[in-house]
Design a protein around this ligand. Structure first.
Ligand code: FES
Length: 130
């Protein structure tokens, strides 16, 4: 009889330890909400339709194409110069890489697309977020 009581206590102790461990691990393994950081905010009315706004200091271009709004990081993926946004396209002044309006490489030596940033319309402004 005493053995059965000790066995039951041991079982309950193990059960408590498993539940406590699960709660502890759950805090670390649970998906965390994605944190975003707003890099800049652009008044909605400032962005021309099918055009671009260039922020040279931030090295970001906010693009409007066919009703979509997105942002490109103007840091060239070759060696880091700032890509110019021109009517002829996005052109790196350092070694001549060219990118299309979506940031894809048209001509090297860059071999990777420009980084894109998410843009959210919040109230009356577009917010460029990472
Ligand atoms: Fe842009 Fe080399 S840094 S092409």
């Amino acid at each position: 009889m005493a053995e059965l009581g000790q066995s039951r206590r041991s079982f309950i102790g193990t059960l408590i330890a498993l539940v406590a461990g699960g709660v502890f691990l759950g805090k670390f393994l649970a998906p965390r909400p994605r944190r975003t950081k707003t890099l800049l905010a652009v008044p909605k009315g400032d962005l021309p339709r099918d055009g671009a706004l260039v922020y040279r200091e931030a090295r970001i271009a906010v693009m409007s194409r066919g009703g979509r709004v997105y942002a490109l990081n103007l840091v060239c993926t070759h060696l880091g110069c700032t890509v110019n946004v021109t009517p002829a396209g996005l052109i790196c002044p350092c070694h001549g890489s060219e990118f299309d309006s979506e940031g894809r490489v048209l001509k090297g030596p860059a071999d990777r697309a420009l980084e894109r940033y998410e843009v959210q319309l919040v109230g009356e402004s577009y917010q460029v977020q990472v």
